[in-house]
Design a protein around this ligand. Sequence first.
Ligand code: HEC
Length: 123
Amino acid sequence: MIRLSGLAAALLILSGAPPAWAGDAASGDRLFRTQCAACHSSEPGRNKVGPSLFGVVGRAYGTAPGFRYSPASRDAAVVWDDESLDKYMADPKSVLPRAAMPYGGLRNPAMRADILAYLQTLK
Ligand code: HEC
């Protein structure tokens, strides 16, 4: 029994890295409403306290039309892709130390993956 579970563990290790989180966009939509929508709209061109997040995946930081970004990070060279968005949601200051997004971060990786899957639908 012990040998068998040892073997199973070895096989798990050999099979390589765990699969990336497959986010659920419907759940991400709900999470977006509670976590982000107070400050962000998902509609094009509709800025609130934060810029519209329509089309955010693939665009560079600071390029939502008509939004006044914090001067301290206006020149930050961040392109929003899966990795940078995940990192930003987990800990905004780790990506943009001086940006004015008053959000503490979302520690749960599954919740971040769901929101990311939702953001990918905004195009
Ligand atoms: C309390 C308000 C608030 C909340 C909640 C909030 N944000 Fe923000 N967010 C902002 C502000 C303000 C900015 C603009 C920062 C700046 O000027 O640099 C911003 C910027 C961003 C940017 C950069 C956009 C761009 O155009 O480059 C992304 C991406 C982002 N937020 C994602 C999120 C996500 C995803 C959530 C939810 C998990 C969230 N934010 C929650 C206020 C908020």
